[in-house]
Design a binder for this molecule. Structure first.
Ligand code: PXP
Length: 248
């Protein structure tokens, strides 16, 4: 297959983390979203967590009003989040597992075990015109279940691949990468659009960006960290350049 344009979704959650460390309004995630957009982001991702530890309801409202690229609204499968998504009708909704005690989204969603509930949960979101994405591990059972419940998109969790790379366990890293490669092709063969993300950085992005079935990468923490050293626009531009290079 020919490699179509690989979209970059910039996750701005951690601009809000820094803001919330002091309260107040600075730094403003919406200003960051606009800069990311100017630097070549194809979309902005924001996760409204149940405990509002970073992004707030007002941020989602502000992003919906300010963005000219699509918003990918990450949320847990709760009634409260469904109501918020149905009020804003963002371009995309990404359903993620959420545990209060975790530092970040640790694993993928257990779709297979909750098929019925999730099928009912996403139906109104689809009817409202949102593209529904399910964040899952590179696991055939979960991909098949995501397909059965009517999701249009899956996002593959790249955390285990990135962790293995960071730990220098290259055998595990290559195993994880191979699973991501195989499962991208499998999901695509079912007609699902394939996205990927979590933990990606300059030194891990290219092998994933090279998978022709992957249409979008969502990247946050590393880019916001790198923005401290380079500025946000150069950091996003460099990620964009690496993605394009891997795709060429
Ligand atoms: N994709 C999903 C579904 C996520 O939950 C996250 C983290 O919020 C990301 C991508 C981005 O991960 P990171 O911030 O590690 O780049």
């Amino acid at each position: 297959m020919s490699a179509e344009h690989l979209r970059l979704g910039v996750n701005i959650d951690h601009v809000a983390t820094v803001r919330n460390a002091r309260g107040g309004a600075y730094p403003d995630p919406i200003r960051a979203a606009r800069l990311a957009e100017a630097a070549g982001a194809d979309g902005i991702t924001a996760h409204l967590r149940e405990d509002r530890r970073h992004i707030t309801d007002a941020d989602i409202e502000g992003l919906m009003a300010a963005l000219s690229v699509p918003l990918n609204f990450e949320m847990a499968a709760t009634d409260e989040m469904q109501r918020i998504a149905l009020r804003h009708k963002p371009h995309a909704v990404c359903i993620v597992p959420e545990k209060r005690e975790e530092r970040t989204t640790e694993g993928g969603l257990e779709v297979a075990r909750e098929e019925n509930r999730l099928a009912h949960f996403i139906a109104p979101l689809r009817e409202a015109g949102c593209r529904v994405s399910i964040f899952i591990a590179a696991d055939k059972k979960q991909i098949e279940a995501a397909h059965r419940i009517g999701a249009q998109v899956i996002e593959l969790h790249t955390g285990a691949y990135c962790d293995a790379h960071a730990e220098g366990d290259f055998q595990a890293r290559d195993r994880e990468l191979e699973a991501l490669r195989e499962m991208s092709a499998f999901a695509h063969s079912l007609g699902l659009e394939v996205h990927a993300g979590h933990g990606l950085a300059y030194d891990t992005v290219q092998p994933v960006a090279a998978f022709p079935e992957v249409r979008e990468l969502n990247i946050g923490h590393f880019l916001i960290g790198e923005a401290i050293f380079l500025g946000l626009e150069p950091a996003v531009r460099q990620m964009r350049r690496l993605m394009d290079e891997a795709r060429a």
